[in-house]
Write a protein that binds this ligand. Structure first.
Ligand code: NAD
Length: 334
């Protein structure tokens, strides 16, 4: 048993997790926790959450059943979630995760409400996509128990999870969560430093910038950029990541390619016109069926379901190739 769990948290129920915010991600995280046999105390900060969350979670559990992820009936899982407006329901949780809209002040207000109810040793997490953990942490009474817990949608079918330390986060608590996340079926990464954008998003911003620059300069179409990425990068990335790929291709070859190509890459610092134009007409992507592509309502729904199914298949495929090599330069956190 983890030292933190044993010495500091003995009186907290280790199977109860609190969630505040039951939108797209909050419900999906709740489903993942239920599937992992945790009890969920869910707080609805706005009335519409209260009206829709249970139905949404039930729908996701049935979808998980079709993916082969259930080992008991849906109704049995649903017994383990309590949805309420009352923050005092969180009092026995060893962990409470905030999952409300990306608004600094609203998030901080939620932490004050959580801290007023939970045990002083309970861990508090945020699913923020982009707000630095260190800046949110400043507003907590006990900042050392605050961590970023960055999920990917749909949380019940993806393996990704980043655990992010802010400047004042207790590493032992973050490590405890890192180990706990494995019991949620995740392949977690522990970020000991509060990297702006975390890891995956930060890497992807570089790719998005380059793709948008090529489109902007009329050098490649959106369709062709997606096609190349899917059928080239998509054929190796889940097996190798970035750096195992470099070793696989050959460092000498790779360094020559980098040397020639780095000067050609975009260093644009502004959102390109194509995005601004879409924002102007309130295009949100599949949520409004209008984005960089056009979708019918059926296509948008099908796309969401296909993504969960694809992730589930990828999970099994990647499990068949569990290569883990030791890196020569592990400077992380030093
Ligand atoms: N959607 C994703 O793919 C994704 C991925 C990673 C992280 N995130 C992050 O997760 C968080 C939630 O995102 P989402 O996609 O679930 O959003 P969402 O719009 O589906 O849900 C937002 C939720 O915020 C809460 N909320 C809204 N207005 C509020 C208010 N005035 N006061 C208190 N609570 C309020 C409600 O619970 C609402 O359901 C955000 O911080 C987001 O950046 C989202």
């Amino acid at each position: 048993m983890n030292k933190y769990q044993k010495t500091e948290n003995p009186h907290l129920s280790t199977k109860s997790v609190g969630l505040v915010g039951l939108g797209l991600m909050g419900t999906s995280i709740a489903t993942n926790l239920l599937l992992s046999d945790y009890s969920v105390k869910a707080i609805a900060p706005i009335p519409s959450d209260f009206e829709t969350a249970r139905t949404q979670i039930e729908k996701q559990l049935f979808h998980s059943e079709s993916l082969g992820l259930l080992n008991k009936p849906v109704a049995e899982y649903l017994k383990e979630i309590k949805i309420s407006y009352d923050y005092s329901e969180l009092k026995d949780c060893f962990l409470v995760m905030e999952c409300v809209i990306e608004d600094f002040d609203i998030k901080v207000d939620i932490y004050n409400k959580i801290e007023a109810c939970v045990d002083e040793h309970a861990i508090i997490g945020t699913n923020t996509s982009a707000i630095p953990i260190s800046s949110l942490q400043e507003h907590l009474k006990y900042p050392d128990r605050f961590v970023g817990i960055h999920w990917a949608e749909p949380a019940y079918a993806t393996r990704f999870l980043e655990i992010i330390c802010g400047e004042k986060t207790d590493l032992e608590k973050a490590n405890f969560l890192f180990n706990t996340a494995k019991s949620w079926g995740k392949e977690p990464t522990l970020l000991r430093k509060d990297i702006r954008g975390f890891i995956t998003n930060r890497l992807m911003y570089a790719v998005y910038r380059e793709g948008l620059a090529l489109e902007q300069d009329k050098k490649a179409s959106i369709e062709d950029l997606d096609k190349c990425f899917r059928y080239d990068v998509g054929s190796w990335i889940s097996l190798m990541g970035i750096f195992q790929r470099m070793d696989y291709i050959g460092i000498d070859h790779f360094s020559k390619m980098l040397d020639k190509n780095l000067p050609n890459l975009s260093n644009c610092e502004e959102i390109p016109p194509i995005m601004a134009e879409l924002l102007e007409v309130k295009a949100r992507g599949i949520y409004s069926q209008k984005g960089l592509y056009e979708y019918t309502a059926e296509e948008a729904k099908h796309w969401e379901e296909s993504f969960a199914e694809f992730n589930n298949e990828m999970y099994h495929l990647a499990n068949k190739y569990p290569y883990e090599f030791k890196s020569k330069n592990d400077n992380h956190g030093k």
